[in-house]
Structure formats: C-alpha cells, structure tokens
Design a binder for this molecule. Structure first.
Ligand code: ADE
Ligand code: ZN
Length: 326
C-alpha cells in the first residue's frame, strides 16, 4: 500500500485555506478581481510570517463572492482530498467570509456548499462535515455573530463550532459566550490553541471554552502537568505538522513534538490545515511521518481511528467510515 492509497480521516482543514492558487486565479479572472498581491512569481501564495499568512488568506477569499463560488471551491477541495486517500474530512467554514455573517446570505452559501459536498460524496466517495469557525482577531462580538450563524444550522451536517485566527488576540475567556451559544445548540467544540502561544493558552482554552478537541496544541509539550490533564480528559489534538514547519512554529520535521505527544499517550490526529499554503497534502504528511519518525501501518491506523472516534459526525456515519478504514 502506498502512502497515497491509505484511507485517511482529516479533522482540521480550512475550506478557503484549501483553495488551490489556480482555482483562486481562475475565479478572480472570471470576476475581474485583482488578487495578484497574494501570489509570488512562481504562482504560490506569498507570505513571510504568520501575520502575512493570515492577511494573504483573507486576501484570497476576496475572489469568493457567491454561493456558486463556494460550491465550486468545495468540489475542488474534496477532489484534492479524495486524490490523497481522504475518506472523511471536517472542514472549517467561516460565516465571516460566506456572506459576511448576514444570516440569509450565510444560509445560501452553506446550502451550496452542502449540495456540492453531497455530489462529491456520491462521485468520489469522500464524506464531509462542517465546523463553523469564528476568527479570533475579528473579536468576541463578531465571534458571537458567527456562533449564532452556527446555532441556526446545527444538525447532521454542521456538527461543530471552533475558532481560528491570531492566537494572541484577546483571551480565551472573551469567547466563552460565543462557545456557550454553540454548545447550547448542540454543537461539538474545538479551538485553535497552543500553535503560536504557549501551553497556558491551551489550559485557558480547555478551562474557559470547554472544548473537546484542540487545533494544533503542540506547545502543550512544554508542560508535563498539562499533558497529564490532556491524557486524563481524553482531549484530542488536531496536529498539522507540515503547517507547523511551513509557518515556523517548529524549525523542522525532526523537532516536531507529534511523536513525543503520541508516546506520552495523547490522542493525536494528523491534518493539513491549509494544504496549498504549506505545499502539503495528507499523502505528504504521512510520507514525512514515515520518513521522520518511522511511522508505519500501526501508527497510521492509530491516528485514523483516533480521528474517526473524535469526529463530530453521527454514529452511523462514524460506523461507515470505520468499516472503510479496516
Ligand atoms: N486559519 C487558517 N489557518 C490557520 C492557522 N494555522 N492558525 C490559525 N488560524 C488559521
Ligand atoms: Zn487551522
């Protein structure tokens, strides 16, 4: 079995962040929108650091103007995922970009996305579910509006609520109200933490937002007490090693803590985050984990099973995906 053909479960994928540069250029050309500033001379996304990454990310979303654009984006992203053996993906959806948080527009963007995901499931055999996400640096008030958008559509397809963006903006507790709205609506919860900021941010997020998964969480490695808590509470980390290397969270693959976290008993999963930004795919992540840490069938099976067990989908979907993993 090749790394590409191993069936995979991916829990941490930003829909806009998974847009291929060619796809963004095509849509922008059709609409006569100038997005040249987000690309370098080779045609790749251009950024030097995390702040620029976020701004280029937001710049690229300027090309995505209609529900139809999101339908096409979803199809394109799921084709790439399926090509890399992904059979189940949870994608972050931002009402901030999908209709500027206007409830009517948001519902239209979402309907187009769900329809495209349904077609991809029939054609490509990949199942997608949505996690609505707020953007931390847009602030707690905006996050609350995103949470209301999420609560309105909570169900079998929109299954979770989360938070991305600049981790140093505000404190976790400032977003407690938004997460309470989502929890009340029955949504499962995750949040980025411990990517850029330290272990304390992970501890604050667990305490104040009461999430069951953490996006990244790799900085937890510095705090043995926190690791103990994460293991004891069964908190799942959505680890994105290639993203961490590309953005400079860690200097290289060899120093990435994913294997130390796994060996400590932490439930780790593997995802790509924003694959074209980081020149990665799930196949590449698996290949690098094999090359760097000698991961093989046992470890890949473990992370896939951890991921599907921690997925926010319903029991029938989980059972179907599990059957395809074995
Ligand atoms: N949004 C998209 N990718 C992100 C990342 N790696 N960290 C925080 N927010 C993000
Ligand atoms: Zn992310």
């Amino acid at each position: 079995m090749t790394f590409q053909s191993i069936p995979k479960v991916e829990l941490h994928l930003h829909l806009e962040g998974a847009a291929d540069p060619d796809f963004v250029r095509q849509i922008a050309t059709e609409k006569k929108i100038d997005v040249s500033g987000v690309f370098d001379e080779t045609g790749s996304y251009k950024y030097k650091d995390f702040a620029e990454f976020l701004s280029v990310y937001e710049g690229a979303t300027k090309a995505l103007k209609t529900p139809e654009d999101y339908a096409r984006l979803t199809r394109s992203v799921l084709e790439n995922c399926a090509e890399n053996g992904v059979i189940y993906a949870e994608a972050f959806l931002s009402p901030d970009f999908m209709g500027q948080c206007d409830m009517v527009a948001w519902r239209e963007y979402l309907a187009a996305t769900i329809e495209a995901a349904g077609a991809a499931e029939r054609d490509l055999g990949i199942t997608m579910r949505g996690i609505v996400t707020c953007v931390r640096h847009f602030g707690p008030d905006q996050a609350r509006i995103s949470a209301k958008c999420a609560a309105e559509v909570a169900g079998d397809w929109v299954v979770g609520f989360g938070m991305g963006g600049a981790e140093n903006a505000h404190s976790a507790v400032d977003f407690a109200y938004a997460f309470d709205i989502a929890r009340e609506a029955g949504l499962r919860l995750t949040s980025h933490a411990g990517e850029w900021c330290g272990a304390t941010e992970v501890a604050d997020t667990l305490r104040d937002l009461r999430v069951e998964r953490i996006g990244h969480g790799v900085q937890s490695i510095d705090d043995p007490k926190l690791i103990e808590q994460i293991v004891e509470q069964g908190i799942v980390l959505e680890v994105c090693p290639g993203s961490n290397v590309a953005l400079g969270v860690v200097p290289n693959w060899a120093s990435h803590p994913i294997e130390r976290l796994r060996a400590a008993g932490v439930k780790v999963t593997v995802s790509t985050d924003d694959p074209p930004f980081f020149h990665t795919t799930m196949t590449h992540e698996f290949e690098m984990l094999n090359r760097t840490f000698d991961w093989g069938d046992a470890e890949f099976s473990q992370v896939n099973h951890t991921a599907i067990d921690a997925a926010f989908c319903d029991a029938d979907t989980r059972a179907n995906i599990k059957a395809r993993l074995d």
